[in-house]
Design a protein around this ligand. Structure first.
Ligand code: ATP
Ligand code: MG
Length: 562
């Protein structure tokens, strides 16, 4: 009889690893790495890769390395290196003392290239770029051998040494692996593995003027570090035979295995580094950490906890096919996390005055308001209450529609943790807009319950007018109006699909306790959404600045359903 297991199904990458472990490969070790190229900020797609690598290592009692894949001297920058370190740390992936730089292996890589030459498996080629392409053939036509292909080992060694010594200008020569010019996989048609670049490198300075190309460098970086499973995204699948060719043909200390998974694409989001950079450089957003960006630093600034990103990455799982993930799922994970962890505070986004005509003039009461109904340990706080309050304009309708259970003339509602009030009339301004709502209160209902057991259908939040703190509330929304930004035709500018409403700034009225919080403070504004005090622009002692992390409900779902 077969036994049923209660364990969660393993994803296909873990299934491969378990097979390898069962077969006794790699001495039972699992070592993964995250290899960012420091040419931009990390985004949520990178977070998916980071959690994949890190959590896999954790699951199998293995190790996780962080490696700056800095083999390209011209595009990389120490600003990016620093941001990557911050972001990976913040996400909670611990590389312990294993932070590496691909550029630290330039010496070893050079020796591996020499080894290939000595084996007769690499040669120095002098075709121009155009000739190189022409000789390569295409998917239907096999390539033809370069006239330099049969150079002797001695000549190749001499030329490669002189390339390294700086004797030749950029672009005049490359070192190529000698594989198969008729191979059906174009990447196997004698790929270039070293090129000349007289450029200063942020780590190695001017030590080198030849630099290895990605397809050659990456497997060697993995092998040098003893990586067992080199997990990467699907576009590298077609490069895998080449990855394996270098590993097979060189005497490397370990034999890593490349496994590919589908990259994350999110709806209403662009993820390409080029586009993100353009949005920053052309000031469509206010920097890499603008809370509308899909970058890790932007999520942090927006108030998203790393645990929510991790939960999201675990929920979407790992597949072998590219698809579009609904950003609503990410927002759901953020809400779920914040619902449990956030204290509630009262804030009014679109205020209108409410005057309680029978409340004793000048009286102020301290109302006991619970901090988080989801967490009894969060306790309660005192909030000042008086006869003049602000409530949300939306919580009042002069001529209420059906199902409107909030305030309207003659209707009674509960003011959260305070009193029942009944609307007796309104005042209007010269434009006919309601400027003051008049009410009476029932002193017997203190705390928000009537001793006679009568019920009200609506409960609304409020802030005492005399005690309210004015704040800048930044209401962020999706950056694009189109779900699948990858479907934007080539001849159209993706910037045409930017959401003009992605940021609205309003002056909100906050309960006074919010006037003194530190940058980064997170809470739920009751009935409104989750907010955090901006880590850059919120300065204690000045007018508070709050970012909306996420609304309480998915308002886009409603729009779509209409
Ligand atoms: P580039 O086009 O500059 O190479 P990149 O986004 O691939 O951009 P890298 O720094 O090379 O940037 O990425 C580091 C790692 O993150 C790679 O292993 C890559 O496979 C992975 N990665 C990048 N984008 C995504 C994504 N959207 N989803 C999952 N993994 C990703
Ligand atoms: Mg890449």
């Amino acid at each position: 009889m077969s036994e049923t297991t209660t364990e969660a199904p393993v994803n296909f990458i873990h299934a491969i690893i378990e097979e390898d472990l069962a077969a006794g490969k790699n001495g039972g070790k699992v070592i993964t790495r995250f290899p960012p190229e420091p040419n931009g900020y990390l985004h949520i797609g990178h977070a998916k890769a980071i959690y994949m690598d890190y959590l896999t290592a954790v699951k199998y009692g293995g190790k996780f390395n962080l490696r700056m894949d800095d083999t390209n001297p011209t595009k990389e920058d120490t600003e990016f290196v620093q941001s990557i370190l911050n972001d990976v740390k913040w996400l909670g992936a611990d590389w312990e003392d294993r932070l590496y730089h691909a550029s630290d292996y330039f010496g070893q890589m050079y020796n591996y290239a020499v080894d290939l030459i000595k084996q007769g498996k690499a040669y120095v080629c002098e075709l121009t770029d155009d000739e190189f392409k022409e000789y390569k053939g295409n998917l239907t036509t096999p390539g033809k051998p370069s006239p330099y292909r049969d150079r002797s080992v001695e000549e190749n060694l001499d030329l490669f040494t002189r390339m390294k010594n700086g004797e030749f200008p950029d672009g005049s020569k490359v070192l190529r692996a000698k594989i198969d010019m008729a191979h059906p996989n174009m990447h196997m048609r004698d790929p270039a593995i070293y090129r000349i670049r007289h450029a200063e490198h942020h780590n190695t300075g001017n030590t080198w003027c030849v630099y290895p190309l990605y397809d050659f460098a990456h497997p060697l970086e993995d092998a040098i570090e003893g990586i067992t499973h080199s997990i990467c995204t699907l576009e590298f699948e077609i490069h895998r035979p080449l990855y394996d060719w270098f590993i097979e043909n060189l005497d490397t200390p370990s034999k890593p295995r490349q496994i590919e998974f589908a990259r994350l694409a999110l709806s209403y989001t662009v993820m390409s580094k080029r586009k993100l950079r353009e949005l920053v450089e052309t000031h469509y957003v206010n920097g890499w950490d603008d809370p509308r960006m899909p970058t890790v630093c932007a999520f942090r600034r927006r108030g998203v906890p790393p645990e929510a990103l991790r939960d999201f990455c675990e929920k979407i799982g790992i597949t072998k096919f590219n698809s579009l993930t609904d950003v609503a799922l990410l927002e759901h994970c953020i809400r779920e996390n914040l619902n449990k962890t956030s204290q509630r505070r009262m804030a009014v986004m679109n205020p209108v005055r409410l005057v309680i005509d029978n409340y004793p003039a000048g009286q102020v009461e301290e109302m006991e308001v619970i901090n988080n109904p989801e967490d009894p340990e969060a306790g309660s706080r005192k909030v000042p209450f008086s006869g003049e309050l602000y409530i949300e304009r939306d919580d009042f309708m002069e001529e209420p529609i059906k199902q409107f259970h909030r305030l309207a003339p003659g209707k009674e509602v509960r003011l959260r943790c305070a009193y029942f009030v009944t609307c007796t009339g309104v005042e209007k301004d010269e434009n006919g807009e309601v400027s003051v709502i008049h009410c009476t209160y029932d002193p017997e209902t203190k705390g928000g319950n009537a001793p006679d057991g009568r019920k009200v259908k609506g409960t609304i939040h409020w802030v005492s007018a005399a005690h309210a703190v004015d704040a800048e509330a930044r209401l962020y929304d999706r950056l694009f109006t189109i779900a699948d930004t990858n479907a934007i035709p080539e001849d159209k500018d993706y910037k045409e699909f930017l959401n003009p409403e992605s940021l609205k700034i309003v002056t909100a009225k906050l309960e006074p306790s919010l006037g003194t919080v530190e940058p980064g403070f997170k809470c739920q504004f009751e009935r409104i959404g989750y907010f955090c005090a901006d880590e850059k622009d919120h300065v204690p002692g000045s007018k508070p600045v709050f970012n909306r992390t996420v609304t309480l409900k998915d308002s886009w779902a409603k729009i779509a359903a209409k």
